[in-house]
Write a protein that binds this ligand. Structure first.
Ligand SMILES: *[C@@H]1O[C@H](CO)[C@@H](O)[C@H](O)[C@H]1NC(C)=O
Ligand SMILES: *[C@@H]1O[C@H](CO)[C@@H](O)[C@H](O)[C@H]1NC(C)=O
Ligand SMILES: *[C@@H]1O[C@H](CO)[C@@H](O)[C@H](O)[C@H]1NC(C)=O
Length: 890
């Protein structure tokens, strides 16, 4: 402690100009009132414990946080933690003044109703959101009376995966304030014996390193991290907590045989990880997206990663590069052996890869598969080898065959289960659901590559995981008549450093002996043997274990089964998908796992009313893409828009209100020819106006005629830029210079202050000056449609780049807006309830409805729910709608 204090003061000296300050500073430290440091905003968190028990790779973690309100008024106490994406929450409870409010698990639909009820009462409800690469955030708050205490307890479970020869568990640590009693305790029990155990924290300095206590012997490992208050401080005189980051535990187990079978209470688990087998040579096809959106940093990072990968390719391996943009090109016509000369040539090739044009993903992938198929058919590659396809894309197919269902079918028919397909989705512009489905349909997997400074490392890291295949066509067979509900037991490849886990249930729960037949194809010969285990051996291996948490093998089996059902569900359709959903749901409810199909609900006490808290789990495909799968365009990479505000269709204005996680919508009914001001920002000089068109002929039955935007004028006064968009053409006027394009063009135009990307026949993305961006979507209707004609939609991104003075029918909603929904009651349409909305001090009658979001699917759109404000947005928009009529587009 003395040392710490001294060191900190010494480090501070250079920042203080006079010694007076220094003296005062020291005095302050001496006088410090610890109590004051512990209470932040009236709340003291007096204890936070993270207790983790791992038994045979299955981790059971309990986070307990205890707080007291030291103030003399009621306070909102927050509990927010981050969990690994691979974990399922299994319990959550709050204890207030000795009374426990437990969580109950419900089907998501049922829970959602409760959630909507809570939201409509204007109450905050807890939610789990995807928040990072590896984590999901769980947030909840409760009102705590003066001098009262609250305890939050969250439990989650996960099966630790082995990668690069180690099991890894990370715990996110971020108490946000000093905590008197802080502790992380990890207890590991591995019946095979522990060979190594490491613990590290990204926030742990050299001085803190020795506060991590680590011991392991034979089957037990123990880690404890219990920093004192002073050790938690960012510096000796600071009251901020230095605990902020990942705490990671890594270990591996002893392996005398490749197999470890455990049998407990009618369930079994089989861990399979051979060591000491030679690696198989690989035949690897890299299918790389080099479309325009990869231009710049992403392309540089891809080149950097590929060059590193080339350094790691082994001489026995075969490889090739396929590049796709508007067209498809290949480095070589066939797979090429990785001789030093060929590698040199490949490096030269990689250094010269550049990006431009569209995204012909189908063409690229099919060419790659063809080359691999030809190599196998022509015996060009060794018979005992592992073939792998790695595809990288940052956009969505928009050239060649662009229908994703056709692409999926073609790829599946071409691969025929012979090679795993690994899809890497770079950035947020990808349709991750599509990439994931296609990979899973072809025995591979999908990964996100986050567009950060370490993107090259992420790519390389993925390659490293699949670069050492040891076996192909691995099958673990158990006597069929003895086992039911078996998890996946056949695997295309086994990679060195990983582990295969299979679990199942005995038909006869008293059975206590199991035989397994193991098969695989290795580098030299086939692997084939039989091994056996009985429950007594398992019991013996567990002898010294005092704390096997309840039925861990059964829970491990349930975890693995749910994980695999959810995965298969991604690629399934129709009745098969319904069946998989039903199965996964039933197991999630039975074992109380919060999965994408279930939620955990806690009814928390409030003075006037009950409030519901919900724990949810998003899927990986939902994690980023719902927000910003912007039409294959990637100029927003790195700064994702929070959401969007849009006008599309029969002018349907949709306003997303982030803090409510809900939307408001309204229509403007005006005659064709009317020009409306949509956005007007006097500071950046940006205006957007739109001209209405109607149907080809008026519908004599309807009181209100349909109308759409047929012409948009986007201008930046300061830059002397004008862009006119119609369903036929796009005109850019830059000062005196004029350029014209049609929707049949594919264009990436970059000039001072202007970026314009036209995605042929689909949409255009425009960003001007300050960086605010617009997407114009083209809606083409059937040419001979008796009524409708082509029209346009407008979506805005990065609205915060416009000034506070922005106004207009759409622009006024770029500023935070809040609303409250009261008294939901049946409306004239039984499917669409009415309610009272309080907004801008007005009480409006609104109707729950749906509006189309056309960003993903310009022809059909996707329904998104919203509160519809009647009568041309009266009461919601500033003034009346006719105030926004202007005389011309510019
Ligand atoms: C609560 O505490 C504040 C600050 O100590 C004090 O000013 C206030 O009078 C107290 N209120 C009551 C109701 O005791
Ligand atoms: C959930 O946690 C609460 C509080 O610790 C406990 O009483 C309850 O038994 C737990 N539920 C389950 C299913 O473990
Ligand atoms: C779905 O489940 C039902 C009832 O168990 C079964 O009859 C049907 O064959 C299943 N369908 C598919 C496609 O698996």
């Amino acid at each position: 402690m003395e040392n710490n204090l001294l060191l900190c003061i010494l480090l501070l000296i250079p920042t203080f100009a006079s010694s007076d300050v220094l003296v005062t500073h020291i005095r302050n430290i001496k006088k410090r009132n610890v109590e004051n440091d512990l209470v932040v905003n009236g709340i003291e968190i007096y204890s936070m414990k993270i207790d983790s028990k791992v038994t045979s790779r299955f981790a059971h973690n309990v986070i307990t946080s205890r707080a007291v309100n030291r103030g003399n008024v009621s306070k909102e106490v927050f509990f927010d933690v981050e969990l690994p994406k691979t974990a399922f929450i299994t319990n959550f409870s709050m204890t207030i003044d000795g009374v426990t409010y437990p969580g109950t698990i419900k089907e998501k639909e049922a829970a959602k109703k409760q959630y909507e009820k809570a939201v409509s009462r204007g109450q905050t409800a807890g939610l789990v959101k995807a928040s990072g690469r590896k984590t999901e955030k769980f947030t909840v708050s409760v009102n705590v009376k003066a001098a009262s205490k609250v305890t939050f307890e969250l439990t989650y479970e996960e099966l630790l995966k082995r990668r690069f020869g180690k099991y890894e568990m990370f715990i996110k640590v971020k108490p946000k304030q000093l905590v008197k009693d802080f502790e992380i305790a990890v207890n590991i029990f591995e019946p095979q014996g522990i060979t190594e155990l490491e613990a590290e924290g990204t926030f742990i300095t050299n001085e803190l390193q020795n506060t991590i206590k680590k011991t392991f012997s034979e089957k037990k490992g123990h880690i404890s991290f219990k920093p004192t208050l002073d050790q938690q401080r960012t510096c000796a005189s600071c009251s901020e907590s230095a605990l902020d980051g990942d705490f990671t535990v890594r270990y591996d187990v002893k392996r005398t045989t490749p197999d470890n079978l455990q049998i407990v209470n009618g369930y079994f688990v089989h861990f399979f990880a051979p060591t000491n087998l030679p690696n198989l040579p690989k035949n690897i096809i890299f299918v790389m997206d080099t479309s325009g959106s990869m231009y710049g940093r992403p392309m540089e990072q891809t080149r950097e990663a590929l060059l590193k990968i080339l350094d790691d390719i082994k001489e026995d391996d075969f490889f090739n590069f396929i590049l796709f943009n508007s067209g498809v090109s290949t480095w070589k016509e066939t797979l090429i052996k990785a001789t030093p000369e060929n590698l040199d040539e490949a490096r030269e090739f990689v250094r010269n890869i550049d990006a431009s044009g569209m995204t012909n993903l189908h063409g690229g992938l099919m060419r790659g598969i063809d080359i691999l198929n030809a190599a196998h058919e022509g015996n060009l590659v060794p018979k005992r080898s592992a073939s792998i396809i790695i595809m990288l894309t940052d956009g969505q197919p928009n050239e060649g065959v662009s229908d994703i269902h056709t692409i999926e079918t073609d790829v599946k028919n071409a691969i025929k289960g012979r090679y795993p397909l690994y899809n890497l989705g770079f950035g947020s512009g990808v349709d991750y659901g599509f990439l994931e489905r296609m990979a899973l349909e072809n025995k591979g997997l999908a990964r996100r590559i986050y567009p950060d400074s370490d993107a090259a490392l992420q790519l390389q890291g993925f390659y490293d995981e699949v670069s050492n295949p040891m076996l192909t066509d691995v099958e673990l067979n158990y006597p069929e008549n003895e086992i039911q509900d078996l998890t996946t037991n056949s695997f295309k490849h086994f990679y060195d450093g990983s582990e295969i886990v299979v679990a199942g249930r005995f038909v006869d729960s008293n059975q206590n002996q199991l035989t397994v037949d193991v098969r695989g194809e290795g580098a030299k010969d086939a692997l084939s043997y039989t091994t056996q285990q009985d429950a007594e051996q398992t019991a013996q291996a567990f002898q010294e274990q005092e704390y096997i948490f309840g039925e861990y093998i059964e829970r491990l089996w349930a975890y693995l089964t749910i994980e695999q059902l959810l995965e298969r569900r991604i690629a399934a359709t129709g009745e098969e998908k319904e069946n998989l959903t039903a199965e996964a749901l039933a197991l999630s409810l039975k074992y109380k796992f919060v999965t994408p199909l279930t939620s955990m609900v806690v009814t928390k006490p409030e003075e006037n009313d009950n409030e519901d808290v919900i724990a949810d789990k998003p899927t990986e495909a939902e994690a980023l893409s719902s927000v910003s799968s912007m039409l294959g365009s990637q100029i927003y990479r790195g700064s994702q828009p929070t959401w969007y505000t849009s006008v599309d269709g029969d002018p349907h204005f949709v306003i997303w209100v982030p803090q409510k996680r809900d939307a408001i919508c309204f229509n403007i009914n005006e005659n064709p020819g009317t020009v409306l001001n949509l956005i007007n920002d006097p500071v950046t000089g940006i205006t957007v106006n739109g001209e209405l068109i109607g149907d080809k002929r008026a519908n004599s039955d309807a009181k209100i005629q349909n109308s759409y935007f047929g012409k948009l004028g986007i201008a930046n006064k300061h830059l002397d830029l004008k862009l006119t968009v119609t369903p036929e053409k796009i005109t850019v006027q830059n000062g005196n210079e004029k350029m014209g394009f049609t929707w049949l063009d594919s264009v990436t135009l970059q000039q001072a202050g202007l970026t314009l990307i036209i995605n042929r026949k689909k949409n255009l993305v425009l960003s001007m000056g300050s960086g605010a961006s617009f997407v114009v979507v083209l809606h083409q209707v059937w040419k001979k449609h008796p009524l409708h004609q082509d029209f346009l939609g407008l979506y805005t991104l990065e609205e915060d780049k416009l000034s506070e003075q922005t106004h207009g029918l759409l622009g006024q909603f770029f500023h935070p807006i809040d609303f409250t929904i009261l008294e939901i009651h049946p409306g004239s349409d039984p499917k669409k309830p009415d309610a009272t909305m309080v907004v801008k001090n007005n009480e409006l009658i609104v109707t729950r409805g749906w509006q189309k979001d056309y960003r993903r699917d310009p022809s059909h759109g996707v329904d998104i729910p919203c509160w519809f404000v009647h009568d041309n947005g009266a009461g919601l928009i500033d003034g009346v709608h006719t105030d926004y009529i202007v005389s011309s587009l510019f």
